[in-house]
Design a protein around this ligand. Structure first.
Ligand code: SF4
Length: 145
């Protein structure tokens, strides 16, 4: 049983978590990492708004609930612009709390994919690495549009 916490970008703070929870259920997007494994969501919150002050505290609460992995939601990657603190969060959470970090939750939706393609947002090797778990084929991107 893998216990998971999700931190979303505060831009989407009214989000009810529909796509994240759906992709968890179907092991799609970053949750394909847990195919064949049981998973449990033990925390869900936002970063608290730029510059992401809640990241300093929320993982501790998730860890107390048993979290082993923190997923930084796909919104941090697909927003305009993507979160400028992504790297800092990826460094901070393991260093401070000893928790693994995975970038992304649900698959990237097609409309965000097309816009970021046009912008060249993800053209670097570093970005390709960051989105590797959440960039599926077009059919799946459309399913999450
Ligand atoms: S851009 Fe980053 S720091 Fe700002 S609200 Fe979104 S996740 Fe938080």
């Amino acid at each position: 049983m893998k216990k998971i916490g999700i931190i979303i970008c505060h831009r989407y703070h009214t989000c009810a978590g529909g796509k994240c929870l759906r992709s968890m259920r179907h092991r799609e997007g970053a949750f394909a990492l847990y195919k064949g494994e049981e998973i449990e969501l033990v925390g869900f919150t936002t970063c608290g708004g730029c510059p992401g002050g809640n990241v300093e505290y929320a993982p501790a609460e998730m860890k107390r609930n048993g979290a082993e992995v923190i997923h930084l939601a796909t919104g941090l990657v697909v927003g305009y612009p993507p979160c400028p603190r992504l790297e800092a969060f990826c460094d901070f959470i393991p260093a401070k709390f000893g928790l693994e970090v995975v970038i992304g939750t649900h698959p990237i939706p097609e409309n965000y994919f097309l816009t970021h393609q046009a912008l060249g947002t993800w053209s670097s090797a570093r970005w390709q690495d960051r989105i590797q778990n959440i960039l599926p084929a077009r059919e799946m991107r459309l399913a999450y549009d």
